[in-house]
Structures are given as C-alpha cells and as structure tokens.
Design a protein around this ligand. Structure first.
Ligand code: HEM
Length: 412
C-alpha cells in the first residue's frame, strides 16, 4: 500500500490525520469488506490502483449518485483500461449506462414503460410458476448446482421472454453475457481482454441476428415494437439499438444470478433465519433486501468528477474516475446498526435500496430483479424445506462492478 502525501488533504472530520491510501486490486479482492471496514472511518475514499477514486461512505455514495458535479463516464473507463476501440468499447460509447443528459434519456426511454413496476408485477405469477417448475426439475436431479440450474435460469428465462429471445438461445447468450460482464469488474488484466472482446463481438452478432429475423418477420412482442418505434422515430442509431439490448441482456442475467444464489447461501448459513422465513413466507422480501445489502452482486457504480470535489477535507480532482462503492456503503456503521451482522429483521434499511444505485441511472430492472429474487426464494421455501449445502459455501468475489459467484451445490 502506498500513501499519497501531496495533492490530498489529510484532515478528517474528527481531526485525525490520515493519508489516502492507494490500494491494489490484489488487496481489494482478498478481503473487500475488511479493507473497507479499516479505511471507511479514516478516509472518505481510497485510490484504486487502476487510477480511480473509490468512495466508501454511505452518505457520500448516496449524495454523489445525484450530484450534478458528477456524471456518467462515457468512454473514460475503457480508455483508462486500454480499450481504445472495438466492440467492447462500443458498449460504453453507445450504451445508456455510461451516457449523460439527452443522450441517456433517448437510450433509456424505450425501455422504461416495459420495465415499470406496475407492468412487471403482471409477470409475477409466470415467474412463480417457472421457479416452481425449475425447483421440481432440480429436486428430481438430486444434488445440483443451483447457480447453473436455478438462480441463473430464472432471470435468463424471464429476460428471454420479455425481449422475445428464443429460450433455446439461453446457453448461448448467458455464456457471452457472463464473459462480457467481466469488463465491468475492474479485476481483469490485459491478458483477459482478447477473450472478453471476442465475447462482446459474439454477443453483438447474436443481437444483430435476432433483430434481422424480427425485422423480416415482426411479432406481437417487445422487440418488434422497440424496432418499429426505433426505426420510425429515427432517434436511435443502429449501434445504439444493438447496444441497449446487449446491456439489457447483461444487466438482466448476471447480476440476478449472483444475488439469487447468495441469498440462499446466506439463509442456509443462518439456520434460525431460514427457519423464520419458512415459518413466515411474508419475510421473503426482507430476506431478499438484507441479502442484497449484506453481499451485493454489484459492488460499485462508475462516474467522472466534472470539477474538484471535496469530501471530508480530501479532494477528488476534476476529470478523475469515481467508483461509488455500494459494497462499502451498505456496511457503513454510520448508516446501519451492526452492519456486519446478517439480519433479515433489521429495520434500518433506507426506503430506496442502495444496491440499485440512485439518480437517473438507477437500475432499470429493479422491480423485475426483486420479483425474480422473491419468487426464486419463495419457491424454495415452499417446495424444498430440507434444502442443505452439498458442497462448499459459495462466495461472491470481487470488490467492484458486477461480482462473480461460485457454484452452489445443494441437496434436498
Ligand atoms: C440484483 C440484481 C441487480 C442489481 C444489484 C443491479 C444493480 C444496478 C445498479 C447499481 C445500476 C446503476 C449503475 C450506475 O448508476 O452506474 C444498474 C443499472 C442498470 N440495470 Fe441493474 N441491477 C440488477 C438487475 C437488473 C436487471 C434484472 C436488469 C434488466 C432487466 C437490469 C438492467 C439495468 C440497466 C439497463 C441499467 C442502466 C440504467 C441506466 O443507465 O439508466 N438490472 N443496475
């Protein structure tokens, strides 16, 4: 660990003097919660070895999500990671996640109606039936990896049905989405780039294939309407059409897969809380929310500072990459009582769950993700009361972006 002693202020709110440390990926990956627990009371951010400022405290993360001095990163991040062009670069150049202002609104608005809470609530019964059918299949198989056979399939089937992708394509597009999502983790090295770029090419080619088929033979589905509207309004470029769908596929699969597995693993590790949920399935939404707080499948959101930003006497210089650490914020002792305790009965969660971000980029799939997670857990509670680990306790790895889940082997 190196300490920067030049451009950063040292005076903390309590008068204690702490230099802002620069932390390596290896340190952050080894024990992200431990590292953040150590530094959060001392400094408002740490410097990340790839060159960004990782903001640690709940209040700062929440405020900066909505601060006009802070914007989406556009292509800053791929440029910093030596991805100056290509199909991975295009995801940042043409996607809603990294866009600002009118461009962001133009890219996001075709999806907002379809993903509005009221409309996705209509999907709940179908998602419940699908989850129950998957549990029955898994139980017939005996010991299974729930990530591959259950928590990955619920979001994949749902997003396939919403967008109108053939279910038979699920193995193809999920494999590619999981590979491409690594680019958002800050953890990959230059040696991993050719493989991630190849996956980005294949995923975009897949989306182009689907779009061409739909243009040739429109149906009564989201994709046909999206295409017809995009073509008629002429507001989205052909690249933008493809990349928004790529972002929906990535956002709609990998994040919920990890969260779905983690919530089961956390409950099985806390048998009294698993018993409580089985006794009272009304606790399912609280169990989902607490799992998302305690071990989130998304660790951070990226931004860029448009001017110098002072936090607790320390300065984030203009034009730097900011990583808002949701992971750290949700364990902040200033925001939660006993933040390192997993407690589905806690009452101190904010009304808007921080795991879905904040401001104009707040997760488009939040309502859908909650339904998938609640129904995924609910089906197990009802149908598999004797569920138990049949392999190592899985972990969510990674300190930033989309985190990676281990296998979750269970027996019934
Ligand atoms: C547990 C599951 C999920 C978590 C934890 C999660 C988390 C997040 C977060 C933190 C953001 C904001 C990123 C930022 O501000 O830079 C975000 C944005 C986004 N999410 Fe999710 N997400 C989840 C599920 C989903 C699902 C199921 C979908 C799609 C069906 C989805 C689609 C998106 C999209 C398209 C954006 C970009 C929105 C924009 O930039 O306007 N997410 N998500």
């Amino acid at each position: 660990m190196k300490c920067h002693r030049d451009e950063h202020g040292y005076v903390g709110s309590a008068g204690a003097r702490h230099a802002v440390p620069t932390l390596s990926v290896a340190e952050l990956e080894a024990d992200p919660h431990g590292v953040f627990r150590t530094w959060r009371p001392r400094v408002p951010f740490i410097i990340h070895e790839i060159g960004g400022y990782m903001v640690l405290r709940a209040q700062d993360v929440d405020q900066l999500m909505r601060d006009p001095r802070v914007q989406a990163t556009e292509t800053l991040y791929p440029e910093m990671r030596e991805i100056p062009q290509g199909r991975l670069f295009d995801i940042f150049a043409h996607g809603m996640l990294t866009a600002n202002g009118a461009v962001h609104r133009r890219r996001r608005s075709p999806f907002t109606r379809t993903f509005a809470t009221r409309l996705v609530e209509n999907l709940r019964p179908r998602i419940r039936d699908a989850a129950e059918a998957l549990v029955r299949d898994c139980m017939e198989e005996g010991e299974v990896d729930l990530v591959a056979s259950y928590t990955g399939l619920i979001p994949a089937q749902t997003i396939a049905d919403i967008l109108g992708l053939p279910r038979g394509d699920i193995p193809r597009f999920t494999r590619l989405a999981y590979e491409v999502s690594q680019v958002l983790s800050f953890t990959f090295g230059p040696e991993d780039l050719p493989e991630i770029e190849a996956a980005a090419v294949a995923l975009q080619d897949y989306v182009v294939e689907i779009l061409e088929a739909r243009r040739a033979a429109p149906r009564d589905d989201f994709l046909s309407r999206f295409l017809a509207e995009a073509d008629a309004a002429g507001e989205l470029t052909p690249d933008e059409v493809v990349i928004q769908l790529v972002q929906m596929i990535i956002g709609g699969t990998d994040t919920t897969r990890g969260a779905g597995a983690m919530q089961i693993a956390l409950l099985l590790q806390h048998p009294e809380q698993w018993e409580a949920v089985k006794q009272d399935p009304g606790l399912v939404p609280a169990a989902v929310a607490e799992s998302l707080r305690f071990e989130p499948s998304v660790g951070s959101a990226g931004r860029v500072a448009k001017e110098d930003i002072t936090l607790d006497g320390h300065v984030v210089p203009a034009n730097s990459l900011i990583m808002l650490s949701i992971l750290s914020a949700m364990r902040d002792e200033q925001a939660y009582a006993r933040p390192d305790a997993f407690d589905i009965h806690r009452t101190d969660r904010p009304r808007l769950h921080p795991v879905f971000g904040g401001g104009v980029h707040r997760c488009l799939g939040e309502a859908l993700a909650r339904i998938e997670l609640e129904e995924g857990l609910g089906a197990l509670v009802r149908l598999a009361p004797r569920l138990r680990f049949a392999g190592p306790v899985p972990m969510l790895h990674g300190h930033s972006g989309i985190r990676r889940i281990d296998a979750l082997r269970v027996a019934w």
